[in-house]
Design a protein around this ligand. Structure first.
Ligand code: ADP
Length: 563
């Protein structure tokens, strides 16, 4: 960006005023520090001009007023760990990233009405610990993403978790918002204080406005109600492995029937083999020194690891009788298609004890071979696969962990760090996600896979998919593009694949459920009337365009796309 002396002087005055609001220790503009904090895993991102960390809602109000005075665009994030879509980086050049992590109070937990009210900085790990420590019989829904990601950021971006409460935006109720001019308002149409149903009745009264603050740029959310699951009387996790690729269409149709009928309500992720390899194995063992997997190697690895072409885990919640009735329906639908396992807490404890003992043995040379052989003979799987089962079981109970985030290291040149030291941004992993929404039927799903599979081949990257059942009628076909960020040519191919997949699927009628900062200028292009409506609302609420310009392509003053 062209920086004149006058621009620089004005920017420095603005920074001094910002420092006076939040304290100088909460403003970061030294270029090396900004670079570190802005590290992203998508192929390209704009570095912010600075980072600011407000400590209260009053700070946020002061900052938006200041931003209007200085025409300084602000890009709010809660934690900035939205890996694969854009972390702590804006959609346009010249923005200052406002990280809301210091606003980290759990304001309320109502155990009777089963909800919490949280501030932006509250993480999945923090809320989960709070419920455990206080022995509150409520379960959280987390994602398989970072445990230190925020409950709010993921919900506002309409992230999808794992359990029956996995539609995160669907389970929020009641927002408190700072508008771009500093007005503080609450959604729901009730009085600011003493509104009894603010966090219990999602629609409130009057226009339903909560949607404005999700995937939009009309306000900064400072409080959010989130519904939680009452701890069920009985719980089982279920793991399914498809025997034959040819039965894929039948599997998807069976999943629709199971979801519509209610036997499975959790947000099932049907993952292909590469996702499983990436979770359980090290990059060098998967790729064997090559840059991508040949069909032959892939088939060989499946055999070697005994991993199905597609598999999924689900959670079953309710009374024992309800869960058992659902197990019977699931067996009837899926039994003929693959291997089903139902796992309770006792079985998981057994697996943990066994794998721990085997792992201990595996630390020593010869016993390593024996341990691995035992694992495969007795249990039919490599040790690392068995070690995954307790993590799968736990996440279906709302235990956040970074275990699954490790798969972001698939094309990384460094080995995966320990479970408590996972940081894909710091470690320069390469991953971007594209998630077309597809009607939940086998015909449609097969069509989309037939569109994208050849594109992965064209760009010599590995076809990697997690089909997330967003609701009983829609599957989010989450395509991962893994690439080696230290390889400029592969990074370029990853970006080209990503854009081409986006265009091809959009043209065929499959819009994405959420997008990355580098796709935002394209995402609403096929819907110009809708975009114009969004821009008109933007002009009304934020005429100077200081809040997250370019978020989902929305601007006060529409401009030519930068991408
Ligand atoms: P995470 O909590 O996973 O780190 P982020 O904080 O990066 O997620 O949030 C994802 C996106 O959601 C941000 O880029 C931003 O556009 C939006 N967002 C997050 N928190 C807020 C908020 N409190 N108010 C408005 N928008 C937000």
């Amino acid at each position: 960006m062209l920086r004149t002396d006058a621009f620089q002087a004005r920017f420095e005055t603005a920074l001094a005023e910002i420092a006076a609001v939040v304290g100088p220790e909460h403003v970061v503009h030294a270029s090396d520090e900004v670079e570190k904090r802005a590290r992203d895993i998508i192929p390209r991102a704009y570095e912010p001009v600075a980072f600011v960390y407000p400590g209260s809602q009053a700070d946020v109000v002061a900052l938006v007023k200041l931003a209007n005075r200085f025409d300084l665009p602000l890009w709010p994030v809660s934690k900035g760990k939205n890996w694969g879509y854009g972390g702590a980086t804006p959609a346009r050049q010249g923005a200052l990233v406002m990280v809301l992590e210091r606003l980290d109070r759990i304001v309320t937990v109502d155990s009777e009405m089963a909800y919490a009210v949280v501030e932006p900085g509250v993480t999945f790990r923090q809320l989960h610990r709070h419920l455990e420590d206080q022995r509150i019989p409520l379960w959280l829904d987390c994602t398989d993403g970072p445990a230190d990601g925020s409950v709010m950021g993921n919900s506002l971006e309409r992230g999808v978790g794992e359990t029956d409460y996995g539609d995160h935006f669907g389970n929020i109720c009641g927002l408190e918002v700072v508008l771009p001019d500093g007005l503080v308002a609450r959604t729901g149409g009730g009085p600011f204080e003493g509104y009894k149903s603010w966090n219990t009745y999602k629609w409130g009264v009057g226009p339903y406005l909560e949607g404005l603050f999700s995937q939009g740029n009309y306000g900064i959310v400072t409080k959010m109600g989130v519904w939680l699951m009452p701890k069920p009387e009985y719980f089982l996790s279920c793991v399914f492995e498809l025997h034959r690729e040819e039965d894929f269409t039948a599997l998807i149709d069976a999943m629709r029937r199971l979801q519509l009928g209610g036997a499975i309500k959790s947000k099932v992720h049907i993952v292909n083999d590469v996702v499983t390899f990436a979770v359980v194995a090290e990059s060098k063992d998967i790729l064997g020194g090559e840059k991508s997997l040949s069909d032959a190697r892939r088939a060989d690895l499946r055999k070697q690891f005994n991993i199905a072409p597609w598999s999924f885990a689900a959670g079953l919640y309710g009374t024992r009788a309800q869960v058992q009735a659902n197990v019977a329906v699931i067996r009837r639908e899926l039994g003929p298609l693959g291997k089903l396992q139902f796992i309770d807490d006792r079985k998981v404890d057994l697996i943990k004890t066994m794998t721990k003992a085997l792992r201990k043995g595996a630390a020593f040379g010869p016993t390593r071979v024996v341990a691995e052989r035992f694992s495969r003979r007795a249990l039919g799987k490599p040790l690392a696969f068995l070690e995954m089962i307790p993590h799968v079981h736990a996440i279906e109970k709302g235990y956040p962990s970074d275990y699954f985030v490790k798969h972001a290291y698939y094309k990384s040149r460094r080995p995966k760090p320990a479970d408590d030291d996972i940081d894909p941004g710091r470690d320069q992993c390469g991953l971007i996600w594209l998630g077309p929404m597809v009607p939940l039927n086998g015909r449609e799903m097969t069509r989309v896979l037939d569109l994208v599979r050849p594109l992965y081949k064209k760009y010599s990257l590995d076809f990697t998919a997690a089909l997330i059942i967003g609701n009983p009628r829609t599957v989010i076909a989450l395509m991962s593009v893994f690439y080696d960020k230290q390889d400029a040519d592969e990074t370029r191919r990853a970006e080209e694949l990503y854009f081409e997949m986006g265009e091809v699927t959009q043209r065929a009628g499959y819009q994405q459920y959420r997008t990355s900062t580098i796709y935002m200028d394209r995402i609403l292009a096929p819907a110009p009337e809708f975009l114009e409506l969004c821009n008109r609302i933007k002009r009304a609420l934020d005429p100077r365009g200081i809040l997250a310009p370019g978020k989902y392509g929305i601007d006060a003053t529409p401009r030519a796309p930068e991408n």
